[in-house]
Ligand binder design. Structure first.
Ligand SMILES: Cc1cc2nc3c(=O)[nH]c(=O)nc-3n(C[C@H](O)[C@H](O)[C@H](O)COP(=O)(O)OP(=O)(O)OC[C@H]3O[C@@H](n4cnc5c(N)ncnc54)[C@H](O)[C@@H]3O)c2cc1C
Length: 450
């Protein structure tokens, strides 16, 4: 995956090794069957500009990848030229000014480690190897983003190569249309981002984790409690529940109540997670760990070794849910009962979005986030379970408020990911900035599959 130490090459579809290079860009080990005509492994901005010209000259569309973590493998498209940005992964931190400039190929974990060493913080993605490029463009649900904002809310500017090959800077004042569009258009953005300018935070003094585990038979009681208590949980805590067939400690089907917490002191953090220690369902728990200090680096690496395994075919889907959990409880039980083997898992996340955010393309979020990640490691499981996530999400559509582009599955199940007003505005900006439709758009959108 991370090949940034090797000099990037340009390969055509007919050349030996082409398929391996294409599939090697993707975290998801599934082969989507689609193939671009060229891959350009960019070493610098000049390679990006010449790739754009090559695509134009060959009448091809442009696909882009940075970390290759799109579950849907959005970047692997037919009739296109793929620009692989993983080698543009520089990280420059300006600690006194609390700013950084990063390449889109930089990994969440690498950025976090550099910042931790200087007592600084950015709400990076939860797994180490996620590319910051795709993560930031779709919004960026980072560590404790309820407190620090979405990843993209901490971006102050971007350097972008446009469809005409021009390199421009975009921020709130300069090329403001591009800045607005980049904040949430995700896999439908119409330009190649070559650098992000970030605003950093002081690192919270305490970072830790509270964990409680229940057997799956308690699903209804635990989710009813979580749903009720969620709105009052402080934004210091990222309150979530994972359905796991190999739940921590019990190594069987269970619910992991996970509460990463960031606070000014251990005492404050303990108060923040007291809702778990004193909950009405606590006596049903098979296991409750005390609040333990834990580095983000450790949590990110643990996630990749337990839930987010590589060399796995992934089929993910997701939705925002606005109402209370009761009407969907029978379906949640069906999701658990039909859950494929680990590392497949379901995530229930307490979000309770803020009332207002700055004006940007990102515009759909809600009370609760539900995502299903079918992670299949042998052919029989793939045949049996590849539709697990999509089918359950389809059945829940009447309760849904839309989706996150982070875990999008729009090629198989088109769904609302921005408001209709913002979709229209994105289309208008695209028509001006990419009049010939050089860049691939989303694989599916609410008004039609593309
Ligand atoms: C294990 C794992 C953990 C994850 N954890 C989180 C999480 O905690 N929070 C969260 O919000 N999301 C998370 N995601 C989802 C992830 O953020 C998105 O899939 C994101 O798109 C990944 O970025 P990437 O650069 O690695 O992916 P890529 O597949 O490289 O990019 C996705 C799409 O973004 C566009 N893009 C990428 N780079 C550029 C660029 N330089 N210029 C223009 N367009 C570009 C392209 O359209 C591309 O197809 C996770 C995904 C995985 C697989």
């Amino acid at each position: 995956m991370n090949k940034s130490h090797e000099k990037g090459r340009t390969l055509q579809r007919s050349q030996p090794g082409f398929d391996a290079e294409i599939l090697g860009t993707s975290f998801n080990a599934h082969d989507p069957g689609r193939r671009p005509e060229w891959i350009v492994q960019a070493n610098d901005v000049f390679d990006v500009v010449s790739a754009i010209n090559r695509a134009r000259g060959n009448n091809l569309k442009v696909g882009i990848c940075s970390g290759g973590h799109s579950w849907a493998q959005n970047h692997i498209r037919d009739h296109s030229l793929l620009i692989d940005m993983s080698r543009l992964n520089a990280i420059e931190v300006d600690a006194p000014n609390l700013t950084a400039i990063i390449g889109p190929g930089c990994q969440a974990g690498d950025l976090n480690r550099q910042l931790a060493a200087q007592d600084l913080f950015f709400p990076v993605a939860h797994a180490y190897s996620v590319g910051m490029g795709g993560f930031l463009l779709q919004g960026g649900f980072g560590w404790n983003s309820r407190r620090f904002g979405l990843g993209y809310e901490n971006v102050t500017g971007l350097d972008i190569v446009l469809a005409n090959g021009q390199l421009v800077h975009a921020n709130e004042k300069e090329n403001a249309d591009l800045f607005w569009a980049a904040r949430g258009s995700g896999p439908g953005f119409f330009g190649v981002v070559v650098r992000f300018h970030l605003k950093l935070h002081k690192r919270p003094k305490f970072i830790g984790l509270k964990l409680q585990v229940f057997r799956i038979r308690h699903l209804e009681e635990v989710l009813a409690w979580a749903d009720k208590t969620g709105p009052s949980v402080t934004s210091n805590v990222e309150f979530q529940i994972v359905f796991n067939r190999k739940a921590f400690g019990i190594m069987s089907h269970g619910l992991e109540v996970l509460a990463p917490v960031m606070a000014d002191s251990y005492a404050d953090a303990k108060k923040d997670v007291a809702f778990i220690t004193s909950s009405p369902v606590r006596k049903l728990a098979s296991l409750t760990l005390p609040l333990v200090p834990m580095s983000m680096n450790m949590m990110m690496n643990t996630g990749e070794k337990t839930l987010f395994l590589p060399n796995t075919e992934w089929f993910a889907d997701n939705m925002w849910i606005d109402g209370p959990v009761d009407p969907i409880m029978p379906r949640l039980r069906m999701i658990a009962d039909s859950q494929p083997p680990a590392p497949s898992h379901a995530l229930w996340l307490n979000w309770n979005a803020p009332q207002t955010r700055t004006d940007m393309a990102f515009s759909v979020e809600s009370r609760t986030y539900l995502a299903l990640y079918g992670g299949l490691r042998n052919k029989a499981d793939t045949a049996a379970h590849r539709n697990w996530a999509t089918d359950h999400m389809r059945a829940l559509e009447p309760h849904s408020h839309g989706i996150q582009l982070a875990d999008e599955n729009t090629g198989r199940r088109p769904a609302r990911f921005v408001t209709a007003e913002n979709l229209a505005r994105l289309d208008q900006i695209r028509a001006v900035r990419d009049p010939d439709g050089l860049f691939n758009a989303w694989m599916g959108r609410p008004d039609r599959a593309v």
